[in-house]
Structure formats: C-alpha cells, structure tokens
Ligand binder design. Structure first.
Ligand SMILES: [Zn+2]
Ligand SMILES: [Zn+2]
Length: 364
C-alpha cells in the first residue's frame, strides 16, 4: 500500500470505526420490484405474445412487473418455404415444378421457336429452355424460350385457349372458367383448390382472380339451370301424354335444407340459427325423381355494413347476395314452396299429390 497524502487521510478507513448499518436488517420495507429483461422478438412472435385473444378487443395484453420488456420487433422469421423460394434461382427448383398447358399451343410454340432460332443463328448449338423469369400466370401460362449460348429470345406464347367474349379487354383463359364450373359441383373452394395445386407442385392461381371467375361462372350456371328445369317440366308433360294420362297433372315431393339445422339453436337463441336455405321440389312421376323446381334463400351479404342502416335487401350499391330480410322467417317453407309451385303453374302443371314432412305446412 502506497503512502496516502495528508489531505486525504481523514477519508480513509480509521481503526475501530463501525459502519452505520452493521447488524441491521431490512424490516417492513418492500424490496425493489424485479423488472423483466429487455427482449427484441421477431414480429410474428411479438404479435403472438402481445396481441389480445379476442380479435375485436384491440387493446394490448397489460404488462405485469414480471413480464419481459419488449423492444421494437425484428422482421418475422423466415419459414422453410420462404427460404426455399429465395434460393429458387440458385437451385433451379422451379424446373422441377409442373404447369397446366394445352398440347396444341405447346407444339406450335416449340416448332416456331426451333425454326426461328435456326434462321437467326444457324451455327448455334445452344440449349433452348423456358425463360421462367419472364413467365406469366393467367390461370394458365404464358411462356417464352431463350437460348443459353446466343442472345436468342422468342416472343411470348399463350399456352391456353381463350373464351370468345363480346366485351373489350383481355380474354379469359377457358380453363379458369371450366375449373370454376367443376368447383360448383364439389365441396372445396378457392383455398381447397390452391392446396391441391401446391400439393401437385403447380403454382396456384391467386384468390382474387379465382373469385372473379367464380362470380362470372355462377351467374351463367344459374341461368342454364333455370333453362334445364324448364326442359325437365316439358319432358314430364310429354311422358304423361305417352302414358295416356292428363299431361298437366304431376305428383311431387318437397323439402328444405338449411346451412345450420333449425333445431341447433334450441336453448341458445330465440332466433332461427339458419341463414341460408335451399328448397327443392322433385317429381314423383318417374323413377329418376328429378328436381323440377328449386329456390335458394339467403340472409348473408358480403356488404353487411350496408344492412345496418338500410334494412331492405338489394337497396345498397353493388352486388347484394341476400334475398330475404333479416327479420323474415327462414323456416317458413310454405313461402318457398309457394314460389316453386308458381314455376310449375307457369308451365301449365298442376300438383295432385305432394309428399313432404310436417314441419313445412306445405300441405295445408
Ligand atoms: Zn442459340
Ligand atoms: Zn346486401
């Protein structure tokens, strides 16, 4: 130990000095609260930790003294799929994927490309491949080819056939509409089809474009179904004539189906839980029991905010998919049956016998 200057000696430890807190204990004193550590989480984890359980309640979860203290979040962690997508150009994994192409257009494309390449650079021995960086997806695909040795690039080729339309603008690929027709017959929709595509290693079409095609197709399907029902009612008359019966008299069976069973709200709500109903009327004259008339009833509309102020359906701007008021009784099958029977009446058909269940009051 070195020599301490004279002026500082009074501040040094003196022999026999007692510290002021020697032998004392903390009593009736709360210890300072332990504060959580500072952490910087990735955005996705940050949202999981801090956001409220109920989507409508926008308040953040209140922090307790023990909870960690969050700094501004980092960008979200990349999923394995995203990492693969980033390395696509390096690994060439896109070359392992599949496309939906029309054979006719594909044959024409390659023949045109080979002939053109030979004319432009006759001595080139390069490998002609698809230029995947330039490809365009319109449900079906537009592709172009390029050579890996010379600077040859072909034009873009539509590898699909188009729907003939009177409207101006780009024509739709026929496959977009035909897929929607098929989707109308099965229980999967846009998301289901996207999963099928991705599972088959085919790039999936976007949700918005598929919804657009679905809107176009569903109106046409409805129109053709109405025409088809008229044909079926006509056929019933002909069958009656061939059997030597009164051509205008038929027997029917009828019932309604709901998206939620009417009884499912028992004890939970005084209202009817169903929002959509389909009412079918089938003929009982032939062994096929074909549908001869049908009604689709819906209280659902994608523009639901409009219905808060305007109670009447189809009174707001844009498309309104609801066709009955919210306060209407969806279970009044009598009303839907009446509409169906009017269809039969317009085609000169009368009902002699009706088979149905007692909940519909149709027989009264
Ligand atoms: Zn070449
Ligand atoms: Zn509406």
């Amino acid at each position: 130990m070195g020599l301490i200057p004279w002026r500082l000696r009074k501040y040094t430890f003196q022999k026999g000095n007692k510290p002021y807190n020697k032998g004392k204990k903390y009593r009736n004193k709360t210890l300072p609260a332990e504060k959580g550590k500072f952490v910087r989480l990735p955005k996705d984890l940050y949202d999981l930790v801090t956001k409220s359980v109920h989507k409508k309640n926008v308040q953040l979860i209140p922090a307790s003294t023990k909870s960690a203290r969050f700094l501004r979040p980092k960008p979200p962690t990349k999923t394995e799929v995203e990492k693969c997508a980033e390395n696509e150009t390096k690994t060439g994994s896109e070359k392992n994927s599949f496309r939906l192409l029309r054979i006719n257009e594909l044959e024409q494309m390659w023949n045109e490309v080979f002939i053109e390449h030979r004319q432009i650079s006759p001595m080139c021995t390069g490998f002609i491949s698809w230029d995947l960086s330039a490809e365009q997806q319109r449900g079906a695909w537009r592709e172009k080819a390029s050579c890996n040795k010379c600077s040859y690039h072909s034009k873009m080729f539509n590898l699909y056939n188009e729907v003939i339309a009177k409207k101006r603008g780009r024509r739709t690929a026929a496959i977009n509409l035909s897929i929607q027709v098929a989707l109308n017959h099965i229980a999967i929709s846009t998301t289901g089809l996207q999963k099928l595509f991705l599972g088959s290693n085919i790039p999936a079409p976007s949700t918005s474009s598929m919804q657009h095609s679905a809107n176009v197709v569903s109106e046409i399907i409805e129109e053709y179904n109405q025409k088809d029902l008229v044909q079926k009612r006509k056929l019933l008359k002909e069958i009656n004539i061939l059997r030597g019966d009164n051509p205008n008299i038929i027997n029917i069976q009828a019932d309604g189906m709901y998206n939620n069973p009417i009884y499912s709200g028992m004890g939970k709500t005084p209202f009817q839980p169903a929002t959509q109903c389909t009412y079918n009327m089938l003929e009982n004259n032939t062994y096929k029991h074909s549908i001869v008339s049908t009604r689709q009833v819906s209280k659902l509309c994608s523009n639901k905010s409009e219905h808060k102020t305007k109670t009447k359906v189809k009174s707001h701007k844009g498309h309104c998919s609801a066709n009955i008021e919210m306060h209407d009784s969806i279970g009044s099958e009598e009303r839907w049956a009446k509409d169906c029977l009017l269809d039969l009446k317009n085609d000169g058909l009368e009902v002699q016998e009706i088979t149905t269940d007692p909940d519909s009051r149709v027989s009264l």
